[in-house]
Design a protein around this ligand. Structure first.
Ligand code: IMP
Ligand code: MG
Length: 179
């Protein structure tokens, strides 16, 4: 990790402790259900990989990729499906895994699309929540950490496709993108 560009917000240990708690909660809540875990690419891939290994239940996985931001740090409000789910979600208890909920526009759109496909339920689990910037009525059922309005990278999150592999959740120093 290049510490001239980022400050560590949550390290690997803090993240894993919280992920284990979320896994236990989800394991309790989804007993006897038809759990389908849907990861939103690419940001959710690291969080999802850790989280599903803490869920002690039968489950299926699928992925969806949508575009929201381009390379800017500000939401355009425009969301487009780049990769749809491979399988039907009819009668499934869908748990959407997202890296971060910022304006909520992305998840609002995804939820609306998936709702029309006849799932038994849809809930949202995000690693990070930035409620101060919300523009759509989205309230995730499971939240790793609630954070103030800072730009985050690492543990799956990117800035211009960089930093996703950093093991910690980091704040990107404004000097990196304010040029
Ligand atoms: P929303 O539609 O504004 O809620 O944005 C959701 C998406 O924007 C997330 O899935 C991220 O890909 C991206 N995003 C929002 N905030 C950040 C951030 O602080 N760091 C990196 N990506 C972010
Ligand atoms: Mg992104």
């Amino acid at each position: 990790m290049n510490l001239e560009q980022v400050d560590i917000l949550f390290d690997r240990e803090e993240i894993m402790a919280r992920v284990k708690e979320l896994g236990r909660e989800i394991t309790n809540d989804y007993q006897g259900k038809n759990l389908l875990v849907v990861g939103i690419l690419k940001g959710a891939f690291v969080f999802m990989a850790d989280l599903v290994r803490e869920i002690d239940l039968p489950l299926e996985l699928d992925f969806m990729d949508v575009s929201s931001y381009g390379v800017s740090t500000v939401s355009s409000g425009e969301v487009r499906i780049i990769k749809d789910l491979d399988y039907s979600i009819l009668e499934k208890d869908v748990l959407i895994i997202e890296d971060i909920v910022d304006t909520g526009l992305t998840l609002h759109y995804i939820k609306e699309i998936l709702q029309k496909r006849g799932p038994r339920s849809i809930k949202i689990c995000c690693l990070l929540d930035k409620p101060s910037r919300r523009r759509a009525a989205i309230a995730p059922e499971y939240i790793g950490f609630t954070i103030p309005d800072q730009f985050i990278v690492g543990y799956g999150l990117d800035y211009a496709e960089q930093y996703r592999h950093y093991p910690a959740v980091c704040v990107l120093k404004p000097s990196v993108y304010e040029k």
